[in-house]
Design a protein around this ligand. Sequence first.
Ligand code: GMT
Length: 374
Amino acid sequence: MKIGITCYPTYGGSGVIATELGKELALRGHEVHFISYALPFRLSQYVKNIVFHEVEISNYPLFEFPLYSLSLASKMVEVAEFEKLDLLHVHYAIPHATSAYLAKEMMKGSKDLKIFTTLHGTDITLVGLEPSFLPLVKFSIEKSDGVTAVSRFLKEKTLTNYYCDADIQVIPNFVDTDLFKPNNNTEFRNILAPNGEKILVHTSNFRPVKRVTDTIRIFEKIQKEIPSKLVLVGDGPDRSDCERLCRQLDLYDKVKFLGKQDGLVEILSSSDLFLIPSQSESFGLAALEAMACGLPVISSSVGGLPELVRHNETGFIAEIGDVDRMAKYALELLTNEKKYKMFSENSRQRAVNKFDKSIVVPLYETYYEQVLKS
Ligand code: GMT
């Protein structure tokens, strides 16, 4: 198939999934065309069967705001016509699904370009609900030829919050478990925890929904009981508040802010436990990547997290904001070697058996074929 993919190219789960999907589809012999305003960050190396098309945005003085959605729609038409695309798969509904609908309409008469929209999270649970977006999101979803959501939770939310008349397929996030796997590289561990401390890790874009300050408060309780370090990977609006909190709690020596990192596998596989106490999380790709590296996960009970984290098997789940309970669960694992080992193996097995790319990517292929035939 000839497949166009549009996503946010910067750091973020929807861009990661879109890019990894494109890479895997290309490996499977499909021709993949990425259409976005910048090269997706996990696509920095040349990959056979993949072409990147940059959307240029006019900054004509009359336009106070950049008209990205319109430039994107025009580029989608240009690429679809010239490259003879069979379908366009857009990730994150706003504004990609709307641009794709425009492109489809513009091509009517010459080709029935099939549009697939994958709903990822805040496009449905937060931003999409704003009155200025809600009718447009509902319209664009209903006009897509195929719609997928990354969890059962997100599918239900879409159907109930938008009264959507759409047949939504649930296709979960996935991970390359040959890449994200446990390893015995002690270099990172020796630098970060030279005295054998336990390493807790959290990766996110430091937005309020991630509740990174809860992660720090959980860690504050843990480090009182056992020698430990906290590694925070990523960057975003809440980072300064988090740094301030660490200073206030006198934790600055024990918490390492690494900022945005490409070497995620090494960091995860050198750590012991993953914390994700989010306010809202439609799937939790960061937690899945940690599980693939053999890390048990302590999470909040929101959104799609309970579909990923098995309570008392691959980690523990607690109510949003219940930092006492999350710290208690973390200590229960970090102080019981036998239990920890079992949870760590369970995490890895769940990632391999349920969420490996070899299991999930064919679900997209089958769905494409099904819709293209109909
Ligand atoms: O929805 C967002 O906040 C952005 C999006 C992203 O691009 O990072 O994240 C969502 O998509 C990921 C990939 O499907 C999911 O794993 C995340 O759980 C989800 N984030 C939220 O729901 C907050």
